[in-house]
Design a protein around this ligand. Structure first.
Ligand code: C2E
Ligand code: MG
Ligand code: MG
Length: 765
């Protein structure tokens, strides 16, 4: 407004100047004599006016350019947003309509003093009028203004210097309404705060509930992991590949996980299940392999934006529940001595393993392990040490389950090892290789606490799923393979379907044996028994042979078990008893040194109620004194029914017949049981004798058995002596007799007779 007033003043001066020029011209016309004076007066007036004008113009130019200000004023007028031109001495103010509205200036009213107006305005936006120029021109200045109607408006001011003079500077300020922007910003901030708050709440509840979240798309092999899940897994990123995740699982749970992956890979959008599923997995968060049990409850009824199935769920620590389960399981499924799985657990987990192998197309080995001669170790070193050894064996076996599998103890010294075979086609060498390692471990184990025990084991194995239709069947086949070794030491055999053919073959044998008995193709051979002190034959063992018409000889090891199974054994035994007694009596009648004739008794014979009568009648018929007849029983046979055995044996002993325990050390008896039996002789099994020169355990066992037998008045004989060295050791141990190839193989009656003749007539053997 001041600016316009100044401009009008100049116009007035210019009009005055024109009127004055016209008046001078008229006066010169009217008074030509005074024209000179008039002209001089006119020039003088002109000069004065010019001086005044120049002064006025100078004055205004000192503050602004009249042309610029005009243009800017015009611009300001047209701008719709509040704008004003002002001087920092608060003397000048030009506003547009929007600014007037902001300042509350009504067109009809006098705006009042410029300095007051500007001063109030600057105060209202929080600036001191003196610092207004400095504050506003520095940067965009944001102000919150309360309008007359009470509404709050946010306006950002931009200010630029138009003109600077020594007296004052002229500024142009324009304001941009940012009220809506601010509102939006405020709302956004509030939303962000809400979000952060709810996120914090979510994180806190996740933390408190101890739930981790794992999500994946069925097509991508990567899990997204929540903070909690990251903590469970021991990772510091929000994703983990399936391969990395699998590595963190307990080896026994990887199969389950593989099965789960197989399932989710085949998940299609139209085959999503609404049922939640769950997996129980052991996960290790670090390299220390400390596993924690988690339950993963997952859903697959989710789709992402592009319609692909998302599989996700909650990972929950279930260690406490598992510990409770473990306690219950321990009672029902754990072997007390070794603290590994018992038979129940083996069958349960075995069936599960079988199912998984079938689903996944993978393999497992079932290895049945038997500790060789364990009962002897038990007898010699006591049950406490026996238990200690079993624990150590279990410990050794568990070592081999680390990369997948489990171990179980199923009976006294019988263990089962189930091993996962991760190779594509199955690693056929795996069982034998593992067993060799186990044997080496057993050797070094006995070298520690039990230095005098040479622990060995035998094993049979079969493969899941190819060697049976169920775990039960595979296990049976592995046991079957072990049984094929018939007590042989350090025996390892894999199951082979042909083994059954062998059984079929036995059926064929049965028929042939029946025929052989009828046709008298069975014949007795005699093997000398020698007194270690005199080196003279003191007895013979009658050993049966099946000689076919074509001359082939079949071992009793082959046909006696068949005869026992079919009942033909009683015919065979009667034949042996008759033949052996008759032959012994005959040799005595011939004047040869009397010998003790041993015959092998089978369980069928022994458990016959009239066994004493039968033996008695044969002795009487052939005129042989009972002290020349010795019956050999095996441990298994003798201990079938211990009370009956004792009763029956006492009856035979009362008759004066000698009783020997055959194959001592291979059966199931213990020395404490043997004490109950009225034995006259213990026959140390050939398996000890084979090793007696090299194996300290065999030596110690033989020595201990001989000593104990002596203390019970039982004589001892060693079977299978083939070398002088063995004979020497046995003699030094105090063994009474020996039997073996060293002094003669089983031979025909005529061959034996010759040996007996030499024996009788004083020549040393
Ligand atoms: P056994 O009663 O322990 O007989 C000893 C076996 O060891 C015999 O085998 C004998 O030939 C063998 N043997 C003896 N000394 C040596 C040696 O130095 N080296 C080697 N390698 N072997 C030696 P055989 O005759 O084949 O008899 C095997 C088994 O068959 C017998 O073991 C016995 O259990 C059974 N058996 C034999 N004859 C009869 C019988 O008449 N009735 C019954 N029920 N079983 C019999
Ligand atoms: Mg025998
Ligand atoms: Mg024997």
């Amino acid at each position: 407004m001041n600016l316009m007033q100044n401009k009008n003043l100049i116009l007035w001066i210019e009009a005055l100047f024109a009127v004055l020029s016209v008046w001078v011209l008229l006066m010169v016309e009217a008074y030509p004599d005074h024209s000179m004076f008039l002209l001089r007066l006119y020039v003088l007036v002109l000069i004065c006016i010019t001086i005044v004008l120049v002064g006025v113009v100078r004055y205004f130019q000192g503050q602004h350019s009249a042309v610029d200000i005009d243009r800017i004023c015009e611009m300001v007028r047209q701008v719709e947003t509040p704008a004003f031109i002002w001087s920092d001495d608060l003397s000048t103010l030009y506003t547009n309509e929007a600014m007037d509205e902001l300042l509350g200036i009504d067109e009809r009213e006098d705006p009042g003093d410029t300095a007051v107006l500007l001063g109030n305005f600057f105060h209202s936006i929080g600036i001191s009028p003196h610092d207004a120029a400095e504050e506003l021109s520095e940067d965009i200045y944001e102000s919150a203004i309360e309008c007359r109607n009470g509404a709050r408006r946010t306006i950002s001011w931009t200010t630029s210097l138009l003109k600077k003079t020594p007296q004052a500077s002229l500024y142009f300020s324009i304001g941009f309404e940012t009220t809506e922007l601010e509102d939006a910003k405020f709302k956004l901030m509030k939303k962000a705060e809400d979000l952060t708050r709810s996120q914090r709440r979510y994180q806190l509840s996740m933390k408190l509930s101890g739930i981790g979240i794992l999500l994946c798309e069925s097509t991508k092999p990567v899990y997204y992991a929540s903070d909690e899940a990251q903590q469970f897994l021991g990772i510091d990123t929000d994703h983990i590949t399936f391969a990395e995740f699998r590595k963190k699982l307990h080896p026994d749970d990887r199969f389950l996980f593989d099965e789960y992956l197989e399932n989710i890979r085949s998940t299609r959008p139209n085959s999503l299940s609404s049922r939640p599923r769950f997996l129980q997995l052991r996960i290790s968060s670090g390299a220390d392999k400390h596993y924690v049990w988690y339950s993963y409850h997952y859903h697959e009824n989710l789709l992402n934006q592009s319609g692909k199935p998302i599989i996700g769920g909650a990972l929950i620590d279930i260690t406490t529940e598992k510990n409770k389960d473990a306690m219950i399981e321990k009672l029902a499924f754990m072997d007390e001595i070794t603290e590994i799985a018992n038979r129940n657990k083996l069958m349960h987990d075995g069936e599960e393993t079988y199912r998984l192998c079938q689903t996944m197309g993978t393999y497992c080995w079932v290895i049945v392990i038997d500790i060789d001669r364990f009962h002897i170790i038990n007898d010699s070193y006591g049950y406490e040490n026996g238990d200690k050894i079993l624990k150590n064996v279990a410990h050794v076996l568990c070592k081999y389950t680390a990369s997948g599998g489990f171990a179980a103890r199923v009976s006294a010294d019988n263990f089962v090892l189930v091993l996962h075979d991760y190779t594509v086609n199955g690693d056929d060498e795996m069982p034998v290789r593992t067993l060799e390692h186990i044997r080496a471990d057993l050797t070094s184990m006995s070298a520690g606490d039990f230095s005098s025990i040479n622990l060995t084991c035998s094993a049979g194995f079969a493969r899941i799923p190819s060697d049976g239709h169920s775990f039960h069947e595979v296990l049976e086949h592995a046991e079957f393979a072990l049984a094929m070794g018939r007590g042989e030491l350090s025996y390892i055999m894999g199951y082979d379907a042909n083994m059954h053919e062998e059984i079929v073959h036995q059926g064929e044998m049965e028929k042939q044996l029946f025929y052989a008995i009828e046709q008298h193709h069975l014949q007795l051979y005699y093997q000398p028994k020698v007194d270690l002190k005199t080196k003279k034959i003191m007895g013979a063992e009658a050993l049966i042979r099946w000689i076919k018409p074509d001359g082939t000889m079949i071992s009793p090891n082959v046909f006696i078990p068949i005869a026992e199974k079919t009942g033909m054994i009683s015919d065979i035994s009667q034949f042996v008893l008759r033949e052996a007694v008759q032959q012994t009596a005959l040799w005595q009648q011939m004047g040869l040194s009397p010998i003790v004739m041993s015959i092998n008794f089978a369980s069928g014979d022994f458990y016959q109620a009239n066994v004493c009568e039968v033996v008695q009648s044969v002795l009487v018929r052939h005129g042989l004194q009972p002290q020349y007849l010795e019956l050999e029983l095996t441990e298994r046979l003798a201990l079938g029914d211990i009370n009956y055995t004792v009763q029956q044996m006492n009856a035979l002993r009362d008759m004066g017949i000698l009783l020997a325990m055959d194959d001592f050390g291979t059966g199931y008896s213990s020395l404490s049981y043997i004490q109950l039996l009225p034995l006259t002789l213990l026959k140390l099994d050939r398996s000890f004798i084979i090793e007696i020169e090299t194996d300290r355990v065999a030596q110690e066992i033989c020595s201990a058995v001989i000593k104990i037998a002596k203390s019970m008045d039982i004589e001892t004989i060693a079977e299978g002596v083939e070398y002088e060295g063995q004979s020497e050791i046995l003699k030094n141990m105090g063994c009474d007799y020996i039997q073996g190839y060293l002094y003669g193989k089983p031979m025909t009656a005529s061959a034996f007779q010759k040996r007996l003749e030499i024996n009788t007539y004083g020549r040393e053997l």
